[in-house]
Write a protein that binds this ligand. Structure first.
Ligand SMILES: C[S@@+](CC[C@H](N)C(=O)[O-])C[C@H]1O[C@@H](n2cnc3c(N)ncnc32)[C@H](O)[C@@H]1O
Length: 272
């Protein structure tokens, strides 16, 4: 694993964090009592919230496999979360053994746990940085050392946009980073969707109660996250149906999905 700058973990365990609540929903062990209370708030409003988190992870695996099979061997995974079963570097390196992966998260616990996971992996690193400072991510020494911005990059924001209110301007932060990626790069995003269903409203309510964020958005608004890039087939879709590796695969109609399977949508944009 690459060298890290000196970093003193400073965990405030008195309040829930997104990374740890999500870990609790996935059945992980890297969380504390307030995080489990946050997860309980999700489960109170959306009893299948754990399945939503698993669907999101399954989509992450499919998206990374798709990009890796297209020849992408550099990934910048922003809002990476705590290590879990199949992580971006494991999926990418199973396809391209030399694939480089940089995980970025603003929660220091991700770095602490990522270090342990990556102790023997020279092609992967974790940095603590905030999407709110996108130039800071591009200028980070480990990002610059690990990734070659003259070659295509798989840029990932999986399960991150919902944590920013629309008036924060997250699309412009993403644009700054995407602008630094050359043609041939991909932009992979998943987000909470609002198609007018009560359970979608419930997940927003759970997030606002437990974390103070976690907004839902219309598919049209989610499409704007892709900055005008064309989406690879099948385009933006509910994650439970979304299958970029086999876009022609037969999938259930949206109305055949369970309501909790209509909470998350995702897609992959391509920079020609
Ligand atoms: C719901 S988790 C998603 C984790 C992983 N990408 C996945 O889909 O399984 C969102 C992650 O984004 C991180 N995050 C939230 N705000 C962030 C920010 N401003 N900059 C970087 N990471 C952030 C959280 O700490 C958390 O780990």
């Amino acid at each position: 694993m690459a060298e890290h700058t000196a970093f003193e973990p400073d965990f405030d365990i008195s309040r829930p964090t997104i990374a740890r609540v999500y870990d609790a929903l996935l059945g992980g062990k890297d969380n504390f009592a307030p995080d489990r209370e946050g997860a309980a708030a999700y489960l109170k409003h959306v009893p299948n919230a754990g399945d939503c988190a698993k669907d999101n992870r399954a989509a992450l695996v499919k998206g990374v496999q798709y990009m890796a099979n297209k020849g992408i061997d550099q990934f910048l995974d922003i809002g990476a979360g705590l290590p879990t079963m199949e992580n971006t570097h494991q999926v990418a390196q199973a396809v391209n053994p030399g694939a480089k992966v940089v995980y970025v998260d603003n929660d220091p616990i991700v770095l602490a746990h990522g270090r342990a996971l990556l102790a023997t992996n020279d092609s992967t690193t974790v940095v603590t940085a905030d999407l709110r400072d996108p130039q800071g991510i591009l200028d980070h020494p480990e990002v610059k050392e690990m990734l070659d911005f003259t070659r295509p990059i798989g840029l990932m924001f999986v399960g991150l946009h919902m944590h920013f209110h629309d008036n924060e301007g997250a699309d412009e932060w993403v644009r700054l980073i995407m602008d630094a990626c050359p043609s041939g790069s991909y932009l992979f995003i998943t987000d909470f969707v609002d198609t007018g269903e009560p359970l979608q409203k419930s997940i927003e309510q759970a997030g606002l109660e437990s974390l103070g964020n976690g907004w839902i958005r219309t598919p049209e608004r989610i499409t704007e996250h892709f900055l005008g890039l064309p989406l690879v087939p099948p385009g933006l879709d509910f994650l439970a149906r979304w299958f970029p590796e086999e876009p022609d695969k037969e999938v259930p109609a949206p109305e055949e999905l369970e309501p909790h399977q209509r909470i998350l949508m995702g897609g992959i944009g391509y920079k020609a």
